[in-house]
Design a protein around this ligand. Structure first.
Ligand code: ADP
Ligand code: MG
Length: 584
């Protein structure tokens, strides 16, 4: 065949060289294969090259015709016909394979449903787990306690000699994304003992009794492998309080839990098995599960503090090229309340953003954008109506000023009127207080300031545009404020009604409280007092916000001006403008 005349050696000639060569008249002839993205080029000096071109490359055709190079179009279908028949044969094979797979998986499904004794526990051996304690940052207390668990497994004699019992169960408790699963993996990786890991939901199947038999199997396997660790993730899905079933629907779950309790009691002390479990809902766990002798150790995995966040950020930027100016300490200070998973996500989004911009190094710009995307949402199309922009700007700046007065200038992180997907208008990012996050204590003062900040948008509109011109722009903030006020009155006892809990939300039913749990009794008279109190507090808070903004009218207008021009006010600009003008 013709093509065999050409050398298949790696050609040095490139596409751009080819264009010049054509112009300079060095080419004898060109052979096209329209179905392939390459051409054969015969040089006048006898050299032959294969050169890749674009599909349907008009430029080469034009250049060749212009410079009178001999063109041969090889429209033979032979190659493509062969390719076609190859394609159809492979299609047939794929089809048959798919059919076989489908048939096999259905038969597997059927046998799985009836193969009660088969355990679905994922068996992770040591070589599978490459997580180490180094990968878990910012939770030093939890990591320390868990390191002890490893000693229990490796040197049980140490404890036995003193007559101490090694704990059987360790429960990791903490908000989602704080690294509980990660810690469990780290223990497995560090301890080097076999690690049986299963998600609690995998116990639960369609048929009554399957879960219980799986629990039995799991523990039987563990006994064979001892010393070893059993890890049950998201244990709340089977460990809920019993007796809350409506109808018979929960029988299966109850049996599974009962079996788990029995197994936990069943293995002898110091037998070298430690059961590790994780949950973010310890409040709904069955009391029997938590009593000494079962999960008697509870380790809290908390949201990371400033230093912890910095460490987690650096763990997650190990494999990412950071530009020199990036100060992870600064980003840690901007991410109050973020969990480890949020921080991992932040670094990942930054890397994605960086790649999308075709930059080589991740810079502050990319991280800023990623942070916005995570906290505020993606940018959507711009607001065009200037009137609407103004209303939104006053809403946002109003909230920022009230926050600055109540919680300090530092509390405002960013104000923007760039619309984000999922929100009508702009956004004011207010950093939660580090102390509140770490202590979990909420003061009356804090709640009042939250309400005032939420109502500040309405307050700003009222004083700037007048009572009759207000819009529904702050609708979400108002419902947020009302919820807080209701909680203040009915839950925390923060109102003149007194320290009485009248919390009537009875969703405990689904959390194990039982269907016929007595609701708190509230007399009609008290109900109306509650309502009046809610209205009173809301009105006072709105008035407080109005007062604050009236006092700061000059600053309000000035910030709105900047915001309308620049669309975003960041922390520094806010601080600079506000520090001299703010009247507390
Ligand atoms: P959960 O507490 O909900 O089980 P995970 O352990 O599954 O959370 O965490 C999810 C991901 O978040 C981890 O894979 C890890 O990338 C990241 N992460 C969470 N906490 C930490 C931490 N303390 N240090 C480093 N990375 C963390
Ligand atoms: Mg988890």
């Amino acid at each position: 065949m013709f093509r065999s005349k050409f050398s298949y050696s790696n050609s040095k000639s490139s596409y751009s060289d080819l264009l010049t060569d054509i112009e300079e008249g060095k080419i004898e002839s060109i052979f096209f294969y329209p179905r392939q993205r390459e051409i054969d080029v015969l040089f006048k000096n006898g050299d032959k090259f294969k050169i890749p071109i674009l599909y349907n490359d008009q430029l080469i055709l034009e250049k060749a015709t212009e410079n009178k190079v001999e063109l041969t179009i090889n429209n033979s279908r032979k190659d493509s016909a062969a390719a076609n028949s190859f394609a159809s044969i492979s299609l047939l094979i794929i089809f048959i394979l798919a059919l076989v797979l489908i048939l096999r998986s259905t038969s597997k499904l059927a046998s799985r449903a009836f193969g009660f004794s088969k355990n679905q526990a994922k068996f992770a051996t040591i070589d599978d787990v490459d997580t180490r304690f180094d990968d878990v940052a910012g939770v030093p207390e939890a990591a320390e306690e868990l390191k002890e668990v490893i000693t229990f497994l490796k040197e049980p004699e140490k404890f036995e000699n003193l007559g101490a019992k090694v704990p059987k169960g360790v429960l990791l408790i903490g908000p989602p994304g704080t690294g509980k699963t990660l810690l469990a993996k780290a223990i497995a990786g560090e301890s080097g003992v076999p690690f049986l890991s299963i998600a609690a939901s995998e116990f639960v199947e369609l048929f009554v009794g399957v879960g219980a038999s799986r629990v039995r199997d799991l523990f039987a396997k563990a006994k064979e492998k001892s010393p070893c660790i059993i890890f049950i993730d998201e244990i709340d899905s089977i460990g809920r309080q019993r007796g809350s079933g409506i109808g018979g629907g929960n029988d299966e779950r109850e049996q599974t839990l009962n079996q788990l309790l029995t197994e936990l009691d069943g293995f002898a002390d110091n037998s070298g098995i430690i059961v590790l479990a994780a949950t973010n809902r310890p409040d709904i766990l069955d009391a029997a599960l938590l009593r000494p002798g079962r999960f008697d150790r509870k380790i809290e995995v908390m949201l990371p503090d400033l230093d912890g966040r910095k460490k987690i950020l650096s763990v997650h930027s190990l494999s990412k090229p950071l530009s020199k100016e990036v100060d992870l300490g600064y980003w840690a200070s901007r991410t109050v309340g973020f969990s480890g998973a949020d921080l991992a996500n932040l670094m990942n989004e930054s890397a994605i953003h960086c790649a999308r911009n075709k930059s080589k190094l991740i810079s502050d710009f990319h991280i800023e954008n990623a942070l916005d995307k995570i906290t505020i949402g993606l940018r959507s199309s711009l607001i065009t109506s200037s009137n609407m922009k103004k209303i939104i700007a006053y809403n946002e700046v109003g909230r920022a000023i009230v926050s600055a007065v109540r919680n300090g200038i530092e509390s405002v992180d960013k104000i923007t009127i760039l619309p984000r997907s999922g929100s009508i208008g702009g956004y004011t990012k207010i950093c939660p207080d580090e102390d509140v996050i770490s202590s979990g204590l909420i003061s009356k003062k804090l709640l009042f300031s939250k309400i005032e900040i939420a109502l500040a948008g309405r307050a700003a509109e009222t004083i700037v545009f007048g009572e009759s011109e207000i819009t529904q722009c702050s609708i979400n903030d108002i419902s947020y404020a009302t919820n807080i006020v209701r909680e203040m009155v009915t839950k925390y006892g923060f109102s003149i009604i007194g320290p009485i809990s009248m919390d009537s939300d009875n969703n405990e039913m689904f959390l194990g409280g039982g269907l016929f749990r007595r609701k708190p009794l509230i007399a009609g008279k008290t109900s109306s007092r509650i309502d009046n109190e809610i209205i009173r507090i809301s009105k006072i808070s709105l008035n407080n916000s109005i007062e604050i903004l009236k006092k700061n009218r000059v600053l309000l207008d000035k910030l709105v001006d900047i915001l309308l021009n620049k669309e975003t006010i960041d922390k520094q600009v806010f601080k600079l403008t506000t520090s001299t003008l703010l009247k507390v």
